[in-house]
Design a binder for this molecule. Sequence first.
Ligand SMILES: C[S@@+](CC[C@H](N)C(=O)[O-])C[C@H]1O[C@@H](n2cnc3c(N)ncnc32)[C@H](O)[C@@H]1O
Length: 472
Amino acid sequence: MSEQPRRARTSGKPYRRPKKDPVRILAFEALRAVDERDAYANLVLPPLLRKARENGDFDARDAALATELVYGTLRRQGTYDAVLASCVDRPLGEVDPPVLDVLSLGAHQLLGTRIPTHAAVSATVELARVVLGDGRAKFVNAVLRKVAQHDLDGWLERVAPPYDEDPEDHLSVVHSHPRWVVSALWDSLGGGRAGIEELLRADNDRPEVTLVARPGRATAEELLDEDAAVPGRWSPYAVRLTEGGEPGAIAAVRDGRAGVQDEGSQLVAIALAGAPLDGPDRRWLDGCAGPGGKAALLGALAAERGALLVASEKQTHRAGLVAKALDGNPGPYQVIAADGTRPAWRPGSFDRVLVDVPCTGLGALRRRPEARWRRRPEDLEGFAPLQRGLLRTALESVRVGGVVGYATCSPHLAETRAVVADVLKQHPDTDLVDARPLLPGVPDLGEGPDVQLWPHLHGTDAMYLALIRRTG
Ligand SMILES: C[S@@+](CC[C@H](N)C(=O)[O-])C[C@H]1O[C@@H](n2cnc3c(N)ncnc32)[C@H](O)[C@@H]1O
């Protein structure tokens, strides 16, 4: 299966502004933006949906269908490309990108939704007529009729290489992940076929919306009054909205007393705050704080102990987001815009330090449907020096006896254990702290002392955390 983006960057003819079927037209516009402008679906879609609702074109069901069409098409792109490649008589790279977007949308309706076959084909051909013109609509019709000849399982039998011949290629096509990502996730997860398949399947599910009730500011009980709200699985501050909904409409979220935060991120802050310390526990640092999710929880936990949180972030506009997230924090805090590898603070001046470093984000593929196709193995080399530099500085910033948390939202071993091992080799005055007892009740945390969370085992993003104590 191809690892490269299948689409050329230039689009074909401009399309006429359409009138009919606003749901599919909006889905097409969102896919074009993701494809042409490298936009993020989770940023492009909400304003398009808002506008459609304001214009009276959409109701809530339309918005749900448009979201499903865009996210599903992007997530399943690898599988659909394999199917389309066997229905089109030239390489997919030679198909005009807008045409390919319409074909993918059609393939998703046919193979990934319950939309009846005739409706999926006719609605997509109609979309093609409006946005591509009559000539190309005929081509779309011919291709989709071929796609409609089999269901998804039937196609996978035909286009996925047999598992026994090449397990990673097979999983790559069946579960729509680039082969190198399958390989990296499997290296980190270990085990046999069942586990990796569950993980890849979980990456293709829509994640639930999880809220955090920031301690001292809101309670989980209060959030449980919301529609279809249930307690979190692991974090005492978490509440899950099982039917999604609009978190922005919840008063506590609007006021910043609560926020939207994956439970994995909550567990990272909880474990760092809970690590046993001898001596003072007054000064905490979040060295990579933007946009401020973990800082807001750490700030609230620090406040319970009368500790100060310093939240530092390199990018000024993201430091602004951190300030917003911490606004109203019940205890003392400071937000600074600073490069975490050139600290603006004295060495050894903190009791607890978090560095949640920039990474490939391979642990949060559920949230960013296009991310898996954009990332390249070379990105790892780009992040490697920064990840090591930030961890080194964190170790220099903590006092003897203090604790550093090194976190990533990627389970890739090159971003997790390899970084920790390399840096600790140069810092013999450190010990790894077993993080597992700090997350009581959370199963399957690995062999320790670090912890790796997984979407299929914990329902969280695949967050990694190593806790390191400075001993001398
Ligand atoms: C994974 S994000 C942190 C997410 C954050 N902890 C949260 O929970 O909201 C990594 C952050 O590190 C910032 N960053 C990148 N290079 C940095 C540096 N040299 N020093 C400090 N922060 C940096 C990025 O701008 C980004 O905001």
